[in-house]
Design a protein around this ligand. Structure first.
Ligand SMILES: *[C@@H]1O[C@H](CO)[C@@H](O)[C@H](O)[C@H]1NC(C)=O
Ligand SMILES: *[C@@H]1O[C@H](CO)[C@@H](O)[C@H](O)[C@H]1NC(C)=O
Ligand SMILES: *[C@@H]1O[C@H](CO)[C@@H](O)[C@H](O)[C@H]1NC(C)=O
Length: 414
């Protein structure tokens, strides 16, 4: 399964038309990395050694509170966005044909209390030498994973593609021994279809005929090994807990199991989520190295307007929403189509309290970006107002991730 497929890339394969521009760009990157003092401290080579993640953020800046600033038309679209031809980008997430394709990259996230440094892939690879980084979660975590991988590929010569520790996909940036992997899991917990047995049982006697068995205390095999393998791990779950088209409360309900037995009386999927979070947080905390860094990413908001995804809902906006529009669309009181975002977060925050996880809070900043979904671009029957165009919004999630990692490190050394 883990067939190593070593891809030599030298120089990065790019459309010749852009070669001159990229050459200029890479010399700027090279220059800026040379103009910083090279890493010399041994602590720097072992970023995470001896670091213990504290539950309270020691950073003084709240990277999640801020505003989107539009850069002037005269500014070139920055280095980060030149990964548009990266092969990891899933077809439906490539927005070149979207009317606002270039425009949506002109927005930069500006936290109120500090400046969010722009991502420097070379600096990142040097700083995180000998580090394994895992994304564990649904396709929205894959979207974030692709953003990171494609950004790093721009500066890496040798990239090995493989599937570490049960991952769906993964890449090692060989010169730096940095591995980034994606472990696919919708619920974190193991689940599978269930149907009534002829010999009967507790669920059968309650009238259940079919559904999905969710074992809230058993991690899905796709990421079971991930906590032992990675040094930095980023979790998410949420969308599938509110997916009535799959887990229809009547036709195909979630049936919550714990210790191999159905929970009786049956509980709702919201309670199932709480139980899953409790078990999975404890599973990870027991198994990861003490100096490992654990993040839980908050829920990514969807922007369906005029109906849900399968009811003709759309997201044709070409500009970010205003604060008022955000509240209109997402406030819990309104209980609108996209209410899931803040609802999931309530469960997450409660479950993470007192844990050693850090929270990567990207919900509110993303709520503004109704313009940044693929919408009709993928050419599918339904509009995609859930995933994000790449390059695009999840680049900013990674900017925040890196800023948090760097601030932890700075605080540790000082
Ligand atoms: C950071 O900002 C977000 C978005 O405004 C807010 O929800 C959150 O409570 C803030 N966090 C802290 C620790 O103040
Ligand atoms: C690469 O990094 C991993 C993770 O830190 C480490 O276990 C491994 O020994 C490293 N390999 C080399 C050749 O340094
Ligand atoms: C929110 O809306 C959904 C669907 O429209 C409905 O099923 C649910 O009962 C509502 N919840 C609340 C708390 O009003």
């Amino acid at each position: 399964m883990a067939s190593p497929d070593t891809v030599k890339r030298h120089p990065p394969s790019i459309v010749p038309y852009f070669a001159g521009f990229l050459l200029l760009l890479s010399s700027i990157i090279l220059f800026s990395s040379l103009s910083k003092p090279p890493s010399s401290s041994p602590a720097e080579e072992h970023l995470l050694a001896g670091h213990r993640a504290s539950s309270s953020s020691s950073s003084s800046c709240n990277y999640s509170a801020g505003a989107w600033i539009r850069s002037p038309e005269s500014d070139p679209v920055t280095a980060r966005y030149s990964y548009g031809s990266c092969r990891e980008i899933f077809k439906g997430w490539n927005c070149v044909s979207k009317p606002n394709a270039r425009d949506l990259l002109r927005y930069r996230w500006q936290p109120h209390d500090c400046r969010l440094p722009s991502f420097d892939p070379l600096r990142f690879l040097r700083r995180f030498r000998n580090t394994n980084i895992g994304f564990v979660g649904d396709s929205l975590n894959r979207n974030m994973f692709v953003s990171l991988v494609c950004t790093l590929r721009q500066v890496a010569k040798e990239v090995k593609k493989w599937r570490p520790a049960g991952a769906d996909r993964g890449f090692t940036f060989v010169e730096y021994n940095v591995t980034v992997a994606y472990h696919r899991t919708n619920l974190l917990a193991r689940y599978g279809s269930w149907s009534a047995s002829a010999s009967g049982g507790d669920l059968e006697s309650l009238g259940y005929k079919q559904g999905y068995r969710v074992d809230v205390d058993v991690p899905e095999h796709t990421w079971m090994e991930a906590p032992m393998f990675h040094d930095i791990i980023i979790f998410n779950t949420g969308h599938w807990w509110w997916a009535p088209s799959k887990f229809d409360p009547i036709k195909s309900p979630m049936l919550i199991f714990e210790k191999g037995m159905p929970v009786l009386p049956p509980v709702t999927s919201e309670q199932g989520l709480d139980m899953t979070l409790k078990h999975m947080i404890s599973y990870v905390e027991k198994r990861m190295r003490t100096n490992a860094v654990k993040f839980f990413r908050t829920q990514s908001p969807r922007h369906f307007e005029g109906g849900d995804w399968n009811q003709g809902g759309s997201c044709r906006r070409e500009q970010p929403l205003s604060t008022e529009q955000v509240e209109e669309l997402f406030s819990l009181d309104k209980n609108g189509t996209n209410v899931e975002a803040r609802l999931v977060n309530k469960h997450l925050f409660k479950a993470l309290e007192g844990s050693s996880f850090r929270i990567l809070d990207i919900t509110h900043m993303s709520e503004f970006r109704a313009d940044a979904h693929p919408s009709t671009t993928g050419g599918k029957k339904h509009e995609d107002c859930m995933h994000w165009c790449l390059p695009g919004l999840t680049d900013s999630w990674n900017d925040i991730l890196v800023a948090l990692l760097e601030s932890m490190w700075t605080n540790q050394l000082s």
